[in-house]
Design a protein around this ligand. Structure first.
Ligand SMILES: [Cu+2]
Length: 173
């Protein structure tokens, strides 16, 4: 770890700090991912959720509900004319990543928890939500997150079972 770090120049480190630390520290990376779940497999997909992105800096829907253990296939459509992206993460991770993106607007980034799409394009993210809790998603293109281009996935505790149990809850407030 130490020897690797000394080989990276300060300027390079600044630009790729986040990626370098991930690439060189598999344990930390895996741990970070576990906080929000893990890449899903198409065969384990229990549900498809369509998400639309627009130049109004909004995701529709912006509030998604999932069950712990569930694998969701997100079909992301960029209906706008400019580049947008869908990135799953903890709020902390997203904010850190956003700051890096603001300093390096041309940075290309790609991971299983995200998809970047040009205007008019459609793509997919398949993700398994292994932990209950709130998971955030956002567009990290410069200016977009600040403009409110974000949303959340509420993951309910419990096992997602492929039973015939109807997924309707009667909530009366
Ligand atoms: Cu955007």
């Amino acid at each position: 770890m130490k020897t690797r770090l000394t080989t990276i120049t300060v300027t390079l480190a600044l630009a790729i700090a986040a990626q370098a630390s991930f690439a060189h520290d598999d344990h930390a990376h895996a741990h970070d991912n576990e906080a929000i779940g893990k890449p899903g497999t198409a065969t384990a997909t229990t549900r498809t959720v369509n998400v639309n992105m627009t130049d109004n800096m909004r995701f529709t829907p912006s509030n998604i509900v999932a069950k712990q253990g569930e694998t969701i296939r997100f079909v992301i459509k960029n209906s706008g004319g400019i580049k947008h992206e869908f990135v799953l993460g903890t709020e902390k991770e997203l904010k850190e990543h956003y700051e890096v993106m603001k300093k390096n607007p041309e940075m290309e980034h790609s991971d299983p928890n995200m998809i970047t799409l040009a205007g008019g394009q459609t793509g997919e993210v398949v993700w398994q939500f292994t932990k209950a809790g709130k998971i955030d998603f956002a567009c990290l293109q410069p200016g977009h997150y600040d403009a409110g281009m974000k949303g959340k996935v509420a993951v309910a505790k419990g096992k997602a079972v492929a039973s015939a149990e109807p997924d309707t809850h009667e909530h009366k407030h």
